[in-house]
Design a protein around this ligand. Structure first.
Ligand code: EPZ
Length: 428
């Protein structure tokens, strides 16, 4: 696997343009399965998670044309199978969106159980609760989820926890069900609203997305359409954090500032200047960072997917900060890597106590997952000396052209082919 070699100390300055939202794209692309016509999806991020989900549709029989690097035309009509490829699906958690989409179209879906993840157990009980409420039965055997029904019928569903995935999957199964479905305690993330807008562009009747009650009137047919995906809230937040960490001055373009409010608020609390424009934010830091406390929450709270990145800022802020991870059981695995760079962080379950230090120092570190990897890049950019970040395949799952975008801002970053590690036999 390749790695990034980064020489820290450069202030990031200039402009960066944000790509389409990963977590919207990997819900909208499976949703195309429900259409009876060709869908043209624009502002698709060029990232490996999108490549993977698109390949799964292709394997099911969809015809897919890459119009340009950020536009796909997908014709789902040739799809005949409701069984997703085990080999492809097992590598990617969001493959479980194929369950809702295939169930909605074929009244049957077979998809591999989603893998665990680097930050704890990732159950699907609420997804199954949604499907069951709509009249489906399911079997979990030999690592597969098999969901089937005679007919999907609308119903009321109260989610036990706020869950993006189960909200998405229930929406996908409900849009062509007979009758009305009401999802209560629904997730309100921007990508939920984006999916609802896409479904409605195909002719669905989804109301209330972005609130905790989503009402879906089932329709018989959904037609092809053209749709442009919203900008990525977390990619934007990552570049905002990087600008702040390096004491830089960056214009983050092609964003929806409202989606960034909780991130901007926390950066301002830390003494960072954030200026909002119609579709951009300018992030500048000219003085030392102040400590602050973070509690990750479902949207519109502070996003858990920004937790590792903000921890880097807190590790070089003045004073002691507390991070409460409110969503995942174990999303602090990156802390051990950050401590190799001199961060002073102690973790107890879902709480981390961060003692700010003067500065971080370079070290060889690993990307333990997607957002942790992005945090390691930020840490390396503000550390003194030359760091390496390994396992960058995690980062490329969700960040388009991360090397090019950071280099354009003045970061000293280069991708290096990771030499195959000699086996012990070879080494002796
Ligand atoms: C989505 O994951 C995102 N992934 C994650 O982003 C993000 O961290 C998460 O939402 C929270 O915002 C995608 O959108 C592809 P959840 P998801 O269902 O849907 C519990 C990234 O970095 N839960 O909202 O899997 C669960 O254990 C990724 O882009 C159940 O108990 O998350 C967790 O504690 C990482 N039962 C909480 O709900 C269920 O059936 C939120 O999970 C489902 C979830």
């Amino acid at each position: 696997m390749d790695k990034f070699v980064i020489t820290g100390g450069n202030r990031l300055t200039g402009e960066v343009s944000i790509s389409g939202a990963k977590n919207a794209a990997i819900a909208i692309i499976p949703a195309v399965i429900l259409s009876e016509g060709v869908c043209r999806i624009e502002n698709v991020p060029n990232i490996t998670d999108v490549t993977a989900i698109t390949r799964m549709l292709y394997d099911l029989g969809a015809e897919i044309r890459s119009v340009n690097k950020s536009t796909l035309e997908i014709d789902p009509r040739p799809i005949r199978s409701y069984v997703a490829s085990y080999e492809l699906a097992r590598h990617m958690r969001a493959s479980y969106y194929l369950l809702g989409a295939l169930l909605g179209r074929f009244s049957h879906a077979v998809v591999t159980m989603p893998g665990g993840c680097d930050f704890g157990v990732r159950p699907i009980d609420q997804h199954l609760k949604g499907f069951s409420a709509l009249g489906a039965s399911y079997k979990l055997e030999s690592g597969m989820v098999d969901v089937y029904c005679d007919e999907l019928v609308g119903n009321n569903i109260y989610m036990d926890v706020v869950t993006v995935g189960a909200t998405v999957n229930t929406m996908l199964a409900a849009v062509r069900a007979k009758g009305t479905t009401v999802i209560e305690n629904a997730a309100k993330e921007p990508h939920i609203v984006d999916l609802a807008n896409f479904l409605n562009t195909m002719g669905a009747d989804v109301r209330g997305a972005g609130t905790d009650v989503i009402k879906i009137k089932g329709v018989e047919h959904l037609h092809g359409c053209t749709y442009s995906i919203i900008p990525d809230q977390i990619e934007a937040g990552t570049y905002m954090a990087a600008a702040a960490a390096t004491g830089g001055d960056v214009l983050v373009k092609n964003v929806i500032p409202k989606h960034l409010e909780s991130i901007s608020a926390k950066l301002e609390e830390m003494g960072v200047e954030v200026e909002e424009y119609d579709d951009a934010v300018r992030v500048r830091r000219t003085r030392p960072l102040n400590k602050c406390n973070i509690k990750t929450m479902p949207h519109p709270g502070f996003p858990t997917d920004m937790q590792p990145q903000i921890a880097v800022l807190l590790s070089i802020a003045k004073g002691t900060s507390i991070i409460n991870e409110g969503i995942w059981d174990n999303r602090f695995r990156y802390v051990e890597e950050l401590k190799r760079m001199g961060a002073q962080i102690s973790v107890d379950g879902k709480v981390a106590v961060v003692e700010g230090v003067e500065h971080l120092t370079a070290a060889p570190v690993k990307a333990t997952d997607l957002r942790a990897g992005a945090a390691m890049l930020i840490a390396a950019m503000c550390a003194s000396g030359v760091s390496s970040v390994e396992d960058i395949q995690h980062i490329e799952r969700g960040y388009e052209d991360v090397e090019g975008k950071f280099r354009a801002l003045g970061a000293d970053i280069r991708r290096v082919q990771e030499q195959e590690k000699p086996s012990v036999a070879q080494a002796v």
